[in-house]
Design a protein around this ligand. Structure first.
Ligand SMILES: NC(=O)c1ccc[n+]([C@@H]2O[C@H](COP(=O)([O-])OP(=O)(O)OC[C@H]3O[C@@H](n4cnc5c(N)ncnc54)[C@H](O)[C@@H]3O)[C@@H](O)[C@H]2O)c1
Length: 246
C-alpha cells in the first residue's frame, strides 16, 4: 500500500467486520497480524486466508489485559520487523436496556472492552510508530458514538463516543510525528450479535444505499491506509450507507 500499512496489527480479526478487513488487507498483499481472544476462529481465519495473497500471523490476546496487549505488540514487531498500522476492531455489542437498570458490572465490562482496550492497543503501538516517524491508526467506532441507537445500551454509546474523543485528541498530539489517527463509524453491518428474522428484515430496509454488510468498512480501512489517506487525520468516517448523516 505505497509503503504505509504493509504490516497491519488487526484486533478483533476473528469477528465479522475484522475478518472482512483481514481478507481485504490480504487481498491487497498487506501482511496481517491477526489478534483475537477466540483461538478457534483465528485458526479458521488463517486457514481461509491462505489463498488470499498476503502473509498472516495470528496471536491470541484478551485486549482488555494491558500487559498482554503490550506483549502482543512486541511479539508482532519481533515477528514482522515493524507495525505500519493498527486497526482496532475488537469490541462487543451490548444489549439495549434502560441505563439506570443495568448493573455496575455491565457498565464496567462494556467500557473495558469497547473503550479501555482501544487505548491499550493504541498505546502499545505508539512509541514504535513515533520512533519510526510514521504510522496509521484506525479505531472502529460506531454511529452509536454520535446518535442514540435503539439497539444499543448507553454504556456502548458512551464507549464509542469515547473512541471518537480519543481519535480527535490523540490525532492532534501525534500527527506531527507522522502518525495519523482516524476512526470509522459503521452503521449496522449484520455481523456481531445474531439478529432475529424480524430484525433482519428491518435491517435490510434501513439503508438508502442498500444493505452493505462489513465490506464497506474494510474498503474504508484500505482508503485510510493507502495514499488517499495521507492527508486525513482526526476524522470520524461515517460508513452507514446513507442511513445516518453527519
Ligand atoms: N456489527 C455492527 O453492526 C457494528 C456496527 C458499528 C460498529 N461495530 C463495531 O465493530 C467492531 C466489530 O464488530 P463485529 O460486528 O465484527 O463483532 P463480532 O462480535 O463479530 O467481532 C468482534 C470480535 O472481537 C473479539 N473480541 C471481543 N472482545 C475481545 C477481547 N476482550 N479481546 C480480544 N478480542 C475480543 C471477538 O472475539 C470477536 O472476534 C466492534 O467494535 C463493534 O462495536 C459493529
Amino acid at each position: 500500500m505505497n509503503g504505509i500499512g504493509n504490516v497491519v496489527l488487526l484486533t478483533g480479526a476473528a469477528g465479522g467486520i475484522g475478518r472482512s478487513i483481514a481478507h481485504a488487507l490480504l487481498g491487497a498483499e498487506v501482511s496481517v497480524v491477526a489478534v483475537d481472544r477466540d483461538r478457534a476462529r483465528l485458526a479458521l481465519l488463517a486457514a481461509a486466508a491462505e489463498s488470499l495473497g498476503g502473509r498472516i500471523e495470528t496471536l491470541v490476546c484478551d485486549v482488555t489485559n494491558q500487559p498482554a496487549v503490550e506483549a502482543t505488540a512486541e511479539a508482532a514487531i519481533a515477528t514482522m520487523g515493524r507495525i505500519d498500522a493498527l486497526i482496532h476492531c475488537a469490541g462487543k455489542d451490548a444489549p439495549s436496556g434502560r441505563a439506570w437498570e443495568e448493573s455496575a458490572e455491565h457498565w464496567r465490562d462494556i467500557i473495558d472492552v469497547d473503550l479501555n482496550a482501544v487505548w491499550w492497543s493504541t498505546r502499545a503501538v505508539l512509541p514504535h510508530m513515533i520512533s519510526r516517524g510514521s504510522g496509521r491508526i484506525i479505531l472502529i467506532s460506531s454511529v452509536a458514538g454520535r446518535i442514540p441507537t435503539g439497539g444499543a445500551s448507553v454504556a456502548y454509546n458512551t464507549a464509542k463516543a469515547g473512541i471518537n474523543g480519543l481519535t480527535i485528541a490523540l490525532s492532534a498530539q501525534v500527527e506531527g510525528s507522522g502518525v495519523l489517527v482516524n476512526a470509522i463509524a459503521p452503521g449496522p453491518t449484520g455481523t456481531g450479535t445474531a439478529m432475529t428474522s424480524t430484525e433482519r428484515v428491518a435491517y435490510r430496509a434501513m439503508y438508502p444505499l442498500g444493505e452493505g454488510g462489513p465490506e464497506p468498512v474494510a474498503r474504508a480501512c484500505l482508503y485510510l491506509l493507502g495514499p488517499g489517506g495521507d492527508w486525513v487525520s482526526g476524522s470520524i468516517l461515517n460508513v452507514s450507507g446513507g442511513r445516518y448523516r453527519g
